[in-house]
Design a protein around this ligand. Structure first.
Ligand code: GDP
Ligand code: MG
Length: 426
């Protein structure tokens, strides 16, 4: 592998963190290129069990340099809390193994508050935000109303920039939402308590990456969320506010000229979706409850029960195409071991007609799933490490998905721990 992006194919929580943690063994640099601290990437390895939010999942490997690119929503307060938490668990973090782009925009104290206020205003029409301030942050970034991390090195200029933003944002806070205005003292406190802590990590990461590439270092791009949450191609407006696709990785990482050689798309062996929005293959009742329990499907960041369903061939094929995936990692196959018959959503019905294409957003609400069943294997597969040793029904299930989504499945994950993986010679 030379340069590689690891991305989510579905609605997120496919097990990207788990795959990045595994594959970083072969890489020198790991870059998070979009999204913010609303991610929950669970990693279980020899150092312990961790839920990462903004830190790249390569942070546990000695010698790997981890980068937060210009495309992320850099929340100094949450990032510092996460760094402290990870360091307290014995993982070393220093400017040597963590570098923050000087071109990353800062998520400001009012962004989180605005996120909550807007969800409250939307009431029963809410988008299902994690209330981490991501949507207000990205809107302000594109309105050019945030601060770049590199401005921390120019304190006087930064303060006058912040004073301008404060005046503008207080209009929205007070006049639109009737909330309390922020003061310059609030912002100075925020700078002192959080920004100063992350400042030693801020540098020109674009230059570092360009140099790394020139000297033959291997770079891994880590995405947050999944294809269907992409702002342009996902289930808008129930998306996130950034591009979750591999095509965006070079830009959000800080190396817009770079070509990505491999794209590993992570797909869960069944479907899950956190929050609101159309989820055509959704299961309900006891069937759903059992799958949720077996798969421990509760959000790493929010603890919210995830909505569950069978693997969705229509949505997954769409995700594979959007990502330009060259390989698939199919995760959590072990979770399905309890099922006699395994449901698969093979098509949708839209306007009374069967379709294999992922419909336009407006049609999603009335789309119905077509469910077919495959034989289960009904035995524990979590100890299996070779493809040949999997029961026939499990192999059939994997190859059925492979054939229908149009991309080879190279990795089959049968457990949450780093080594619980089957790597196929395909
Ligand atoms: P991410 O956001 O894509 O990184 O995924 P999450 O970490 O939010 O969700 C995946 C969950 O499944 C985590 O709790 C992982 O520890 C767990 N997990 C990952 N792969 C497997 C697997 O193959 N089998 C099982 N049983 N659990 C897995
Ligand atoms: Mg997650």
């Amino acid at each position: 592998m030379s340069n590689c992006a690891i991305v989510g194919i579905n609605w997120g929580d496919e097990g990207k963190g788990r795959m990045v943690d595994l594959l970083t063994e072969k890489f020198d640099v790991v870059v998070r290129f979009q999204g913010g601290g609303n991610a929950g990437h669970t990693v279980i390895n020899d150092r312990g069990k961790f839920a990462l939010h903004l830190l790249p999942s390569g942070i546990f490997r000695d010698g790997v340099v981890n980068i937060l690119g210009n495309g992320v929503a850099l929340d100094p307060e949450n990032l510092w809390a996460e760094m402290k938490d990870i360091m307290d668990k014995g993982v070393e973090i220093s400017p040597k193994n963590l570098k923050i782009s000087n071109r990353a925009s800062l998520l400001l104290p009012w962004h989180r508050e605005l996120d909550g206020l807007e969800e409250q205003r939307l009431a029963d029409k809410k988008y299902g935000s994690t209330k981490q301030g991501i949507a207000p942050f990205y809107s302000d970034k594109y309105q050019k109303k945030t601060i770049l991390a590199g401005e921390l090195f120019y304190p006087e200029e930064m303060k006058s920039h912040l004073a301008n933003l404060l005046e503008w944002k207080n209009l929205t806070l007070t006049k639109v939402y009737g909330a309390k205005p922020y003061t310059m003292e609030d912002l100075e406190k925020w700078i002192g308590e959080y920004c100063e802590k992350i400042k030693p990590y801020v540098c020109d990461t674009a230059e570092f990456l360009a140099e790394s590439e020139k000297s033959g270092k291997k770079i891994l791009f880590e995405a947050q969320l999944g294809s269907l949450r992409d702002i342009d191609f996902g289930i808008y407006p129930y998306t996130t506010s950034s591009n979750t696709l591999a095509a965006y990785a070079p830009i959000g990482a800080g190396v817009p000229f770079m070509k990505i050689n491999e794209v590993v798309g992570v797909v869960k062996a069944y479907s899950t979706c956190v929050g609101e929005g159309p989820f055509v293959c959704e299961m309900f009742g006891d069937e759903a409850e059992t799958l949720r329990k077996e798969g421990a499907e509760y959000g790493a960041k929010t603890g919210r029960p995830r909505r569950v369903g069978p693997v969705d061939i229509v949505a997954t094929r769409y995700g594979v195409e959007l990502q330009g995936a060259t390989d698939i990692a199919l995760t959590k196959l072990d979770v399905l071991s309890y099922m006699d018959k395994i449901p698969v959503c093979t098509k949708y019905i839209v306007n009374g007609k069967e379709t294999e294409r992922f419909p336009f957003n407006t049609e999603l609400d009335q789309a119905e799933p077509v469910i077919e069943y495959m034989d289960g294997w009904k035995c524990d597969i979590s100890g299996i490490r070779n493809w040949e040793d999997l029961p026939k029904q499990a192999k059939d299930y994997v190859t059925y998905i492979e054939k229908n989504i149009g991309c080879r499945i190279k990795y089959v994950s049968v457990g949450a721990k780093r080594e619980e993986i089957i790597i196929r010679n395909v």
